[in-house]
Design a protein around this ligand. Structure first.
Ligand code: FAD
Ligand code: S2G
Ligand code: ZN
Length: 476
């Protein structure tokens, strides 16, 4: 992307000098300060390969104390900082825009405690989600969130983006499952809200400000999170459906028949299936249909779950609401089905330049936006696909073209945002706003809300050194 696409000027921050480098080396050790441009390449570009920064230095602390000393120095020297976890963010928030110092949590990956009685995990921010999940399994627990990025994303990054993912329907959002956060503020002060209590009503809940703050209020260094029991019995049904109206009908039946064991409701359209089978050489386990719905159950009693599932499948198949389907009860088959949904992002990367949208919409309207976009972009774009977390009313609309062009960009935006705003949706359900979507916050938040957010930012980060050019819009 050319910088005039997003019209942004470098703020009047300091520039890295040799004294800074030696101070960073004194804090973290020589080998944990990266200045070689080729070593910084991967950290300067986002997962989607659509935005690139020009950072000349990455620092890799291993403790809260080291993060505090780094930020204290950066604040005194007015050096801008870009906190970075697994760099799987999809809105350009995790990479520098200019020459910000990259502060990576990759070395802060220690599990501090897992309490099998309360189910509470306490760990450093740089713990990788999938690794934490494996450690938790040893205690009969699971992480309350799951994303396709689990192999790389950090729990500190999950908190900073308030990540949703594939388990939100069952276990709720991080706003409820995160019990405590420790963060370092721009002046190096440590905000220790690392409680492990489920209930604590003593004053403002400051950790909630850190959740979803996208690195703009502080660097999350540790967290405590409530982890559910690992379910004894998991099943995945994958159904083929002829219309989105029938997809909605199946979701209602699932809620009615499966009740408390329902753990995920995801959907994808035929364009998704075409892309994921073509680009990733995967196989559709059922007949080709216009829509697909994935229903997962997680329970503690296999026979009880089987009986409920049997009734649900009978109802939707016999009533002709679903046209085809398969039920997976063994891990390998379940993984294969989940792979079709979880690897959508990867598949779309192969289809060309991605315009990626993550909208909350009234569930019955969700697919109307895909239809309207296809109509609006007929002959201009390569693919227009719709998928997402149906159970959360969260649509992932992906629009691809051979290569980026400003004409296509202006045909797509603000069309999709205006449509979403007209239908009282949110322009970012779970990915955040980052660098690419921050100017669109006003489609979902009022002027007063944005003004208040800026006051909070001013209080937490008076010099604005934390993740500048991100999340908050300029034009207010
Ligand atoms: P990064 O990408 O490194 O950073 C994300 C943001 O958080 C940046 O603004 C960064 O500055 C800030 N940040 C990171 N660490 C810290 C910290 N310790 N302190 C302060 N700020 C910090 N997201 C969903 O919500 N749901 C999904 O289902 C989902 N699926 C995905 C599937 C794929 C294949 C991919 C590539 C991404 C997916 N994502 C999804 C997006 C992404 O994985 C999430 O936003 C994730 O939470 C980012 O974690 P991360 O550690 O990679 O953070
Ligand atoms: C998902 C991942 C990224 C995308 O798969 O649930 O959040 O939009 C998304 O492809
Ligand atoms: Zn998602």
């Amino acid at each position: 992307l050319t910088s005039d696409t997003y019209k942004v000027e470098r703020g009047n921050y300091g520039e890295i000098a040799s004294e800074d480098i030696s101070i960073f080396k004194d804090i973290v050790g020589c080998s944990h300060v990266v200045t070689d441009p080729s070593d910084l390449e991967g950290n300067n570009i986002d997962w989607l390969k659509t935005v690139r920064g020009q950072s000349k230095l990455m620092v890799k602390p291993k403790s809260t104390k080291e993060v505090s000393e780094i930020l204290k120095h950066c604040n005194e020297r007015n050096l801008a900082v870009c906190p970075q976890g697994g760099n799987t963010g999809l809105v350009g928030g995790s990479v520098p825009v200019f020459d910000e110092v990259i502060l990576s949590t990759q070395r802060m990956n220690k599990i501090i405690s897992i309490d099998p009685i309360s189910g509470v995990l306490v760990c450093q921010a740089g713990c990788i989600l999938e690794t934490a999940n494996k450690d938790l399994a040893g205690h009969g627990l699971i992480a309350p969130l799951d994303l396709g990025a689990k192999g790389s994303c950090h729990l500190g990054g999950n908190i900073s983006t308030n990540a949703g993912g594939l388990r939100l329907l069952r276990y709720g959002s991080l706003r409820g499952t995160v019990l405590g956060v420790e963060a370092v503020l721009s002046d190096g002060a440590v905000l220790d809200c690392l409680s492990t209590l489920r209930k604590d009503n003593t004053g403002y809940d400051l950790k909630q400000l850190m959740i979803g703050s996208e690195g703009t209020l502080g660097v999350v260094t540790a967290l405590s999170i409530l982890c559910p029991q690992k379910p004894a019995s998991v099943n995945v049904a994958f159904l083929g459906v002829e219309s989105f109206e029938k997809v909605l009908k199946i979701q209602q039946c699932a809620r009615k028949d499966l009740g408390e064991i329902l753990s995920a409701v995801e959907f994808m359209d035929s364009e998704c299936m075409r892309n994921v089978t073509h680009h990733l050489n995967m196989t559709n386990p059922i007949a080709d249909c216009p829509f697909y719905i994935l229903i997962e159950t997680s329970g503690s009693n296999a026979s009880h779950d089987e009986e409920k599932l049997g009734r649900f499948l009978e109802e939707v198949m016999d009533a002709g609401i679903a046209d085809d389907g398969t039920l997976a009860t063994d891990y390998t088959k379940m993984e294969a089905i989940w792979g079709l949904r979880e690897r959508m992002a990867e598949a779309m990367l192969h289809d060309g330049y991605n315009f990626k949208y993550d909208f909350s919409l009234p569930t019955d309207k969700m697919y109307d936006l895909v239809r309207a976009s296809r109509e609006h972009l007929k002959g201009i774009c390569k693919s227009v696909v719709g998928y997402g977390h149906l159970g959360d009313g969260n649509l992932h609309l992906n629009i691809t073209c051979e290569k980026y062009s400003r004409d296509i960009h202006s045909a797509v935006e603000p069309f999709v945002y205006e449509w979403t705003s007209r239908h009282k949706g949110s322009v970012s359900a779970e990915h955040g706003l980052g660098f690419k979507k921050r100017q669109y916050m006003a489609y979902t938040k009022s002027k007063e809300e944005i003004m208040m957010m800026k006051k909070i930012k001013q209080l937490f980060d008076p010099k604005g050194i934390l993740n500048p050019y991100k999340m908050l819009p300029d034009n207010f």
